[in-house]
Write a protein that binds this ligand. Structure first.
Ligand code: PGA
Ligand code: ZN
Length: 435
């Protein structure tokens, strides 16, 4: 007799994320007795078109950041609408949630409330079928482990380091497996700590677990990473490459940018593009995400035309995991890869739709955590389920970051011989030239 998979109970609770801000965890119960929970992350450098995070705005609680309204939505109007639905029908459930909200950006019920329900249902459905989450979402053929892009130096809105660019990541492109990639990354991270300490710089970490030293220039971040890769015994470019997320929306708009570190200066779109060009010539860079601000479509288009055959150009704030913006980006040749964050769009189904669009266009995708995280490892399974090929979950440091990486190591080990792992940047001339 098959188990009853109809949704019977939905509860939500206020918990705290890795920055100490409130977020919610949702628990769904099925008729057959299965229960599953999921917790929702929260960004700091958010795109304007992301699904709205419903927050209470009550200054007496958490500076207005409480999520009691979102919890009320989950346990009230959402529970009433989805009770009795089959958790196995993820798409049906998600469509119900989207219709119930009725707004393009989920501002009525909250993207946070809706996503918590969508993810908890996915987990309950996997449990009911006795499948690991990645196989439940992606099928038994989903066996590709993602390249981990580890954010080892934090700047921008994620730290007080003074670095203009938000994320300096290392990608162990020469590693033979995910488990080995984590070893390459953790050893390089340790070497970086030693180098910073030697030079009297801070080894305290930022929101995503990367170090946040007060360096003299943005370039110095890349210099330190290259030195750390070598100190750990690896070859820059061949074994470990660099991926950047400048998160340019936080230092520019309308094609005008302001860099502060090493002397305040204003640069235009072409000036910023030239900086990236010089960096690509100098450092083993394989990917740049949000090199331009979310409203600077021309910046993305120019960069893709000029540098898109050498590196991966990733959209994040500009595309916000939304099929509408991704379609526009494909039409305008504005990038060649897209960052995928479930909470930017708000349901599992729409996120899968966004990924499918990218894959149809022949574009890469990188699944991403948020700077405010919980120990929920949903995105680890999700990355395998969709065959993302890449994930970023911060440095190999801080429990909420390692929860994802450790889950991926567990998945790789459980898959055994079936597990696949590949360098997603091999198409790019840059990685060839540097190997
Ligand atoms: P966020 O940053 O989670 O603070 O938005 C991540 C990113 O910009 O990729
Ligand atoms: Zn980003």
């Amino acid at each position: 007799m098959s188990i009853n998979t109809l949704i019977t109970t939905i509860r939500a609770q206020e918990i705290l994320d890795s920055r100490g801000n409130p977020t919610l965890t949702v628990t769904i119960g099925l008729g057959g007795g299965i229960e599953a929970s999921a917790s929702v992350p929260s960004g700091a450098s958010t795109g304007a078109n992301e699904a709205v995070e419903l927050r209470d705005g009550d200054p007496a609680r958490y500076g207005g950041k409480g999520v009691l309204k979102a919890i009320k939505a989950v346990e009230g109007v959402i529970a009433d609408a989805v009770r009795g639905l089959d958790a196995l029908d993820q798409e049906g459930l998600d469509r119900r949630l989207i219709d119930l909200d009725g707004t393009p950006n989920k501002e009525r019920l909250g993207g946070n409330a809706i996503l918590g329900v969508s993810m908890a249902a996915a987990r309950a459905s996997a449990l009911a079928r006795d499948l690991p989450l990645h196989a439940a979402i992606g099928g038994q053929g989903a066996t590709l482990l993602p390249m981990p892009c580890m954010n080892v130096l934090n700047g921008g809105k994620h730290a007080d380091s003074g670095l203009d660019f938000q994320e300096f990541m290392i990608a162990p492109v020469g590693a033979p497996s995910f488990v080995e990639a984590m070893r390459y990354g953790a050893e390089t991270y340790a070497a970086l700590r030693t180098l910073l300490h030697r030079d009297g710089l801070s080894t305290a970490v930022g929101d995503e677990g990367g170090f946040a030293p007060a360096l003299k220039s943005n370039e110095a971040a890349c210099d330190y990473i290259v030195a750390a890769i070598e100190a750990a015994g690896y070859k820059p470019g061949r074994d470990i490459a660099i991926a950047l997320d400048p998160a340019a929306s936080s230092f520019g708009a309308d094609g005008a940018y302001k860099l502060e570190l090493g002397g305040a200066r204003e640069i235009d779109r072409a000036g910023l593009l030239a900086i990236f060009g010089r960096w690509i010539d100098t450092y083993p860079i394989v990917s740049i995400e949000d090199g331009f601000a979310e409203d600077d479509w021309q910046g993305f288009i120019d960069q893709t035309a000029a540098q898109g055959d050498r590196i991966q150009i990733v959209g994040d704030d500009i595309t916000v995991t939304n099929p509408i913006f991704i379609r526009e980006a494909i039409d305008r040749k504005a990038m060649n890869a897209v960052l995928i964050k479930l909470n930017q769009i708000g349901t599992v189904t729409e996120t899968v739709e966004a990924v499918n669009l990218c894959h149809q266009a022949g574009w890469n995708v990188m699944v991403s955590h948020r700077s405010g995280e919980t120990v929920d490892s949903f995105i680890a399974d999700f990355a395998v389920a969709i065959g993302a090929g890449q994930i970023k979950s911060g440095a190999p440091c801080r429990g909420e970051r390692l929860a994802k990486y450790n889950r991926l190591m567990e998945i790789e080990r459980a898959l055994g011989d079936k597990a696949l792992f590949a360098n997603p940047f091999t198409k790019r001339a840059q990685s060839e030239a540097l190997s």
